[in-house]
Design a protein around this ligand. Structure first.
Ligand code: SDX
Length: 429
């Protein structure tokens, strides 16, 4: 393809820059030489028009509501695959053969335990500490235990660290939950699949055998698939930026967890459920829709809107189906929160304001109802999001480390502060 270029004129001086095409999606203007040639920066604080990297892992078409992982549509992966198969795909770029999948499952299973001294980290927290605070702290501490997989220049160590993170996040998440509710930790069992193992570590008690409900385990596994990766979202960009300094993978994932916690991002599932509970009944929906539209009111409909999706979030549709399956299995079909959610969705999708601003339900809108039905408190919702997103963060971190163009991320700024001025002695202020 003939080289395309873009020309920008600054103070009468024309500068030509390369336009690069990807395999699908928008082209990019390579502005790397802009400052050198014009002395000016670009300005895009929310990165709404800025590509931070080249990637082959995930592609989103926000207008069409398309989400691909290594080219495979999320609908097909959620329907036919399991979470560890999606982990393999995100990490290695191809779907595994039966033998590769068996080996990968075994390697992950063999890393599910955490160092016994990790349990002492939990006892340092108050029981009512938010599980996300506990997860931030304990995941960051993993680098204190696994010095043999923190040399990021060694591909083998990077892969060991990757498997350790994928394998240990369910164990750490379950420990955070058990500590939160005052119950003893439950060790992983190697004869259970990933989602079943996690449900058992969360809900089993020493007093009786815990039998995993296969319908709920499948739903949990599908929820993990839906949250696995999502291009350069805020928390993934955080992991990449932290990793660009050469920080170890455990510290980078802890940084991603901290960013995900925000209610505008991964904290939205907890906020969305709290919002549905606050609305409480269908007749109060108009009052909250009016608040969401009121420019002077900071209230937003949690679980609605997205920086990229200006159509339905494809994950939300699959999440909605999973919600009905779980509520049906548990006999909560008439859950009042579901009734409020479905009516709120109907109203929002027909309201001029939401149509004009292209605000559709995102993945967080239905996930909270499902997770509540599965037995998790709202404080655990973002922990589960972090558990699932760890594979996306790790895959993107590996891709960043292996990128020959990779340099430390160091944005510039538009300075609007005071020009240089001299120090004034206290007596003269
Ligand atoms: C996730 O990036 C990812 O990929 C994230 C994620 C992932 O998998 O990693 O998909 C996960 O974070 C999903 C999003 C979860 N967050 C929420 O549900 C919180 C509620 N949503 C909003 O906070 C908001 O929609 C964002 C943060 C998701 C997107 O914000 P943008 O792109 O910066 O959009 P914006 O805030 O500029 O809003 C555009 C307009 C504004 O009105 P105007 O100033 O143009 O008049 O739409 C309005 C906003 O006021 N708006 C909303 C709204 N979201 C946007 N109005 C009411 N309710 C909302 N939810």
């Amino acid at each position: 393809m003939a080289n395309k270029s873009a020309v920008i004129t600054v103070d009468g001086k024309q500068v030509e820059m390369n336009v690069r095409s990807g395999s699908i999606g928008p082209e990019v203007i390579d502005i790397g030489s802009l400052y050198k040639n014009t002395g000016t920066f670009t300005y895009d604080p929310g990165f709404t028009s800025t590509a931070s990297c080249e990637s082959k892992i995930t592609y989103i078409d926000g207008d069409e509501g398309v989400l691909l992982h290594r080219g495979y549509p999320i609908e097909q992966l959620a329907e036919h695959g399991d979470f560890l198969e999606v982990c393999y795909l995100l990490l290695y770029g191809e779907l595994p053969t039966a033998a590769q999948k068996k080996d990968f499952d075994h390697r992950v299973t063999m890393h599910t335990m955490v160092h016994e001294q990790m349990s002492r980290f939990f006892t340092g927290f108050r029981r009512d500490a938010h599980p996300m605070a506990v997860m931030c702290g304990t995941v960051g501490a993993l680098s204190a235990f696994y010095h043999d997989s923190t040399d990021i220049t060694d591909p083998h160590q990077r892969m060991v660290a990757s498997l350790r993170m994928i394998a240990k996040m369910p164990t750490i998440a379950a420990m955070a939950y058990k500590y939160h509710i005052g119950q003893p930790f439950v060790y992983p069992k190697n004869d259970l699949d990933y989602a079943s193992n996690f449900l058992r570590m969360c809900f089993a008690v020493p007093c009786e055998e815990y039998v995993v409900n296969p319908v709920l385990a499948r739903a949990m596994d599908r929820i993990f698939i839906l949250h696995a990766d999502h291009e350069q979202n805020a928390s993934t960009s955080t992991v990449r930026l932290a990793g660009s300094s050469g920080a170890n993978p455990f510290a980078c994932i802890a940084a991603g967890i901290a960013c995900l916690w925000g209610p505008a991002h991964g904290g939205a599932n907890e906020a969305a459920l709290n919002m549905l509970a606050e609305i409480g009944s269908v007749d109060r929906i108009p009052e909250y829709v009016a608040k969401a539209k009121d420019k002077n009111d900071p209230f937003r409909l949690m679980g609605f809107g997205h920086r990229v999706y200006k159509n339905y979030d494809p994950r939300a549709k699959i999440m909605q189906k999973t919600t009905h399956e779980v509520l049906g299995e548990l006999g909560h079909r008439d859950d009042p929160l579901l009734e409020v959610a479905m009516e709120l969705e109907r109203i929002a999708l027909t309201d001029e304001y939401f149509i004009e601003k292209k605000l559709y339900p995102n993945i967080d809108f239905y996930s909270g109802i499902t997770l509540k039905a599965l037995g998790f408190p709202t404080t655990m919702f973002t922990v589960l999001f972090a558990l699932a997103r760890t594979v996306g963060w790790i895959a993107q971190w590996n891709e960043m480390i292996e990128d020959p163009q990779q340099r430390i991320g160091r944005p510039r700024q538009l300075y609007t502060g005071e020009p240089q001025r001299d120090y004034v002695p206290t007596s003269k202020r």
